[in-house]
Write a protein that binds this ligand. Structure first.
Ligand code: ADP
Ligand code: MG
Length: 251
């Protein structure tokens, strides 16, 4: 039974609800308990940051939330849907329509131009090539790309430009939840700030939420809430009292 969506105090809704989520890699003596009972709720309109030491389970947790990794136990719903109740083909469709993923290493296809990289997932989702490229170009304009940059291959773009392409690609299908794994770790401070500003502006909205894994203390000010993770569990949820470096929290 799906959990009914409850309105939250400020009128937002529950986007992600994890309760007692567990995940173990391997078996027997080599078993690695990566998630040991994660409780976490993310609301729409919210940028939740997930921080914690290397190996504490951050990537595992966001992979479970994004539906690319099956949990072993506990409850997890994403916009009222439970991956364990879906057939694989349904999960793929749900992800294609609702979830965007931004990786640390950008993960762009080297042989495709910036515009083609953004258009590719749309084409896979059944959008006609011409209209996919048109949409890709519009998205790239919103992340500050000109014609020449759109025609460039990833190798001819800077790290910050590549990450902007990756963000545009993650947003191409207008997902309700964007999940980012250390999106600024390969970027210098100024570019990292710009990328976060862009994500807040483009990816947040009344019905949308953003989950960002980071080690990067320089971007904490962009969070609405920060979830601290240690040894497979969320140990604390904090609300930053003010935005770092005077950055406004609301777009
Ligand atoms: P984080 O992203 O916080 O660095 P991960 O979620 O990647 O942590 O990993 C959590 C733990 O699970 C680590 O001890 C890691 O070595 C282990 N782990 C991650 N992926 C696998 C895998 N595919 N097979 C076995 N162990 C894994
Ligand atoms: Mg990780």
């Amino acid at each position: 039974m799906p959990i009914p969506l409850e309105p939250c105090a400020n009128g937002s809704r529950v986007a992600v609800c994890c309760s007692g989520v567990t995940k173990t890699y391997g078996e027997g003596v080599t078993a690695m308990k990566a998630l040991r009972g994660v409780n976490l709720e993310i609301h729409t309109g919210e940028l939740m940051m997930l921080v914690g030491p290397s190996g504490c389970g951050k990537t595992t947790l966001i992979s479970v939330i994004a539906g690319v990794l099956r949990r072993d136990g506990g409850d997890c719903s994403v916009f009222d849907n439970d991956y364990l109740e879906m057939a694989e083909v349904e999960t793929t469709r749900f992800r294609g329509q609702n979830i965007g993923f931004v990786f640390q290493a950008f993960n762009l296809i080297p042989a495709l131009t910036a515009a083609e990289n953004v258009a590719a997932p749309l084409i896979i989702n059944g959008v006609k090539r011409r209209s996919a490229v048109e949409q890709a170009r519009e998205l790239l304009v919103t992340v500050g790309f000109d014609d020449r940059m759109m025609r460039s291959l990833p190798q001819d773009l800077s790290g910050g430009q590549q990450q902007r392409v990756a963000i545009a690609r993650a947003m191409a299908h207008n997902p309700r939840l964007i999940v980012c794994d250390e999106p600024t770790s390969a970027l210098d401070s100024e570019t990292g700030q710009m990328v976060m500003e862009l994500m807040r502006r483009l990816a947040l909205g009344k019905d949308r939420a953003l989950l960002v894994v980071t080690h990067d203390t320089r971007i904490f000010g962009f969070a609405d809430r920060i979830a601290r993770m240690d040894d497979g569990r969320i140990t604390r949820i904090e609300t930053p009292p003010f935005a770092a470096n005077g950055i406004p929290k609301q777009p």
